[in-house]
Design a protein. Sequence first.
Length: 747
Amino acid sequence: MTQAARIDLTACDREPIHIAGSVQPHGFLLVLEPPSLTVVQASANAPVEAAVGTSLDAAFPHLAAIVRRHLDEPGPQTGASYLRTVTLTSDAARLTYEVAAHWVDGLVVLELEEVDAAATDLGLDVLTPRLRSFVERLHAAHDIEELCHLVAQDIRAVTGLDRALVYRFDRDWHGTVLAEDGNGALPSYLDLRFPASDIPAQARELYRRNRMRIIPDAGYAPVPILPAATPSGKPLDLSQSVLRSVSPVHVEYMRNMGTMASMSVSILIDGALWGLISCHNAQPRRVPLHARNACDVLAQIFALQLSARERGAQAEQRLALGQVQARLLGFMAEEDSFVDGLLKHPDDVLALVNASGAAVVTADRCRLMGATPEEHDVRAMYDWLSARGDTDDVFVSEALSETIPGAAAYADRASGLLAISISKKYASYILWFRPEVVRTVKWGGNPVKPAVPDPEGGPDRLHPRKSFEIWKETVQGRSLPWSVTEVEAAGDLRTSVLGIVLRRAEELAAMSEELQRSNKELEAFSYSVSHDLRAPFRHIVGYSNLLKTREGANLSDKGRHYVETIIEAAASAGTLVDNLLTFSQMGRHALNKVSGEMGPLVDEVRRKVEPDIAPGRTVRWEIGPLGRVHADPFMLRLVIENLLSNAVKYTRDSPEAVVEVGRLPPKDGEAVFFVRDNGVGFDMAYVDKLFGVFQRLHRVEEFEGTGIGLANVRRIVERHGGRTWAEGRLGEGATFTFTLPLREDAR
């Protein structure tokens, strides 16, 4: 297809039908400039007395007086207003017209529609009982389909046309005939679907702005408006016009349908176009103004009742879903994590939006409920949603395979997706799924419009289809649509979840403040106690040594044993106090971070540790490239010293001790270091105790120590913003790993 042809195929959507530049011939149009009411534009069939440049007062004084009274009336100047019926005598004839007027850009557009002498005029005495009966029957209707059938019956009875259809738009602007009333002169279109292209976007906008459109004869010849532009130089906007000429494509569409006359009345709910009441006749036929006005009233009453029914149904659904949401809110509030409240009550999670499956997905966890795709498929959805960036907090789709690549593979479980974001900072979602519902749609003819070659050699032109025979299509890959109420329920749950998370965050913040205060008090207490106890323990050790040295000869063997026990216990207690003092100082010491090489620091600590190795022991050091690091060198030295000392201590029973120090590839912006040995190891069941204060996994008789060294390691690393963990196996050694945040110069 050529570029020119592609452009022409989209012409329907761009056709400026509101500035058609012509009117239908069953009346004429005058454009008047107030206050003089000078004619500045006129349709070509206007009486010669009202030629452009003349005054309406001079041409038709009686009509001018009616127009001036209308202009003097207060009220909004929007939409066409019926003024009255007048009879005009001109050189050509004496005719009766129904007069309507509306404003466009400061000009008065006057339209005079000929009264059809052959048409039956329905007066108020006939229409009022029908309107009253219609209202009573609307109240008695059981459902929306019955409401639609009632309005179709009454509209056809008022107009006398061959067929009346009630036509509803869906979300994609395809229309479905919900109700029909006819006399058999035209084929039935009940339950048929018509594509959105039959009524393009700009035509739908006109239906929204002007509720009534009438075409008495599809075989009419358009009457041009002269001159083509208003005094401002713009084409005349005919959006509110009664006589506006319609698109040639639409006229061809009517002829292909076998209808020569039509009338449409818009159904508006809250200002939005819900659907149309579309009437047709096999032969040309005019619908009198009084009958059209009655149809307009019927349509508005119908729209009010329809809106009330839909609002009532939505209110019932909101109430039911609100009860489910209240239960979920209670369950979430009872748990430490709101996710547990959801996972323990999957039936309510699914019932909240009438889904068949659900998932709660975060960066590290994926929890599934009900009928869902596989976890890796749900993960792919999560990645796609996360990559969308700062978009709506609620995502809705009933045709997931049209949005997410590969989604067709699990359409039987998830053709529909409703997702809510529950965290802006950390991508987290609750997802609901609906399965594919395969259904057959009956179209009013093939909805694909072909491009027909132009016999004059121009670009291919888009023509309406000629056949309206039932054309069936099997629709796959789509779920039942999510209702407005269900989407709102999901959004309300999101708000509730965020409220719970915020409340928990506030509680944790308060606990954190209290904990920080308590920690500071404890640090001050431990510092004071450990500092004050150092001297007494030194005195005990010192005086015990004096007693042993000077009075040892006078003591019995048991007495000397007692003195040595006192010295050993006091020295051990002194060491414990020193370590406790160091631990308490870790929180009081200000960090002084600098960038430097890690290798020299480890080598320095290794040389410090080696003199304490017992003679005859073999220790093999394996120290790999360690690179640069950004940290406090004094505190980092304590970390290395504790880890290397432990490695040497816990490998003393190995024939050849191997202590390895290395650096792993960076991960998540952190430098990763490890110290590994082949010593006694530990049982991973007790790994959580390793870094606690005074926690030991081996008896003091086997390996000396106070149980504070690893606690110091963790505290120092965490103050730097890093993490610590350990892995080990009994008899096979242990690996201690810690991380430090990276800077650009330490990568």
